[in-house]
Design a protein around this ligand. Structure first.
Ligand SMILES: [Fe+2]
Ligand SMILES: [Fe+2]
Length: 358
């Protein structure tokens, strides 16, 4: 069941070429199963395997081995650009991001933090993480040392699952604030755009990883179920307490920064050779979105960009949780008096206190 030969005629030569650009470096196909049934197929091949040759894949049916979202060729359109172009980072900013944790101060914070611990436990268990692959339990969001590294396939499962749910909160919060503004005939003061942009950014993370691997049916089912539960849960919780919900998202983003920091460390320590290979190419969608410069397009570079994005979300959501939800403007898109520039959330792991920014 784990490894069957499939023919690649299902891909058009054009699609196969596009896929090869992102998977060439993973010199052989790898497929991993976990106790709870998670399964991911890393689309891996080499150039000579294209155009009808045989290649090895795992259980995912041949019909699904395709580029999930090939560029649609039309008669008139050359390219569709991102609606929210990425603002970019300096290398220094990306390297200065560190895992951090904001200590709960209120009962609401404590509830959000405990619930996040429960979610993290659930994800570790379902993705088959072994105890020697986990970090110090006493510092789960800041410790990055583990006895045993994860494999590339295990990381990919975590990335995909994490990103598939990370894009939900910004959309729910943005949607609810949008509707609130319409029905109460009130201004929103700039929160909606930041929240929607956050969910767009998370979806770009997911699309980037989707160009590198294909989840199995069980994982697709889990993503579907998780979205159903998560969307409705967040919808209700944002109606009841947007403050606690933003705190919860801040803690979720702490987990994201932690996850990407561990992956970067394991690349640096030489444990993820497929991603360290000089032949590795990140997908075009990532190069265009982050405007990744020539010569800085390794998996490590990509993870540095994504981690910096997560650090922004962490700082933004912890800050938004500290503000008056009804009255305060969004500090991150505000123009300040004097020469002061807007706050930079990426390096403010615990978020800004209200008095600092309003
Ligand atoms: Fe993300
Ligand atoms: Fe995020």
């Amino acid at each position: 069941m784990l490894s069957t030969k499939v023919h690649t005629r299902i891909c058009s030569p054009q699609q196969a070429t596009k896929l090869s650009k992102v998977v060439v470096p993973l010199l052989s196909a790898s497929s991993v199963r976990y106790p709870a049934g998670f399964h991911v197929t890393i689309l891996a091949t080499s150039n000579q395997n294209h155009h009808g040759a045989v290649r090895s894949f795992s259980t995912t049916p041949a019909a699904q081995l395709r580029d999930f979202f090939p560029v649609q060729e039309t008669e008139n359109i050359r390219r569709t650009l991102p609606a929210w172009p990425h603002h970019g980072y300096t290398e220094q900013e990306m390297l200065e991001v560190v895992p951090a944790h904001r200590k709960p101060e209120t009962w609401g914070d404590l509830f959000a933090w405990k619930f996040m611990r429960f979610c993290r436990w659930g994800m570790d268990t379902c993705t088959g993480m072994k105890s020697e692959q986990k970090v110090d339990k006493g510092n789960p969001t800041t410790a990055v040392h583990s006895i045993k590294p994860l494999t590339e396939a295990q990381w990919m499962i975590r990335f995909l699952f994490l990103e598939s749910i990370a894009g939900v909160p910004g959309m729910v919060a943005g949607m609810l604030r949008h509707l609130h503004s319409l029905r109460r005939l009130k201004r929103d003061n700039g929160w909606i755009e930041t929240l929607l942009e956050e969910s767009y950014n998370e979806r770009m993370h997911l699309l980037t990883f989707m160009k590198m691997c294909e989840p199995g049916w069980f994982m697709k089912l889990m993503i579907l179920a998780a979205q159903g539960v998560y969307f409705n849960g967040l919808f209700l919780s944002y109606l009841v307490s947007p403050k606690i919900t933003h705190r919860f998202v801040g803690y979720l983003e702490e987990e994201a920064v932690h996850t990407y920091t561990m992956a970067i460390k394991q690349i640096d320590d030489g444990h993820l050779p497929k991603w360290s290979s000089p032949d590795f190419l990140v997908p075009d969608i990532a190069v265009r979105y982050w405007k990744m410069p020539e010569g800085r397009r390794t998996m490590r570079d990509l993870l540095l960009y994504i981690r910096a994005d997560e650090a922004c979300h962490r700082g933004v959501n912890h800050t938004l949780s500290n503000l008056n939800q009804d009255e305060d403007p969004n500090p991150f898109v505000s123009e300040y008096k004097g020469t002061r520039s807007p706050p930079r959330p990426a390096l403010k792991a615990e978020g800004y206190e209200r008095a600092e920014v309003i």
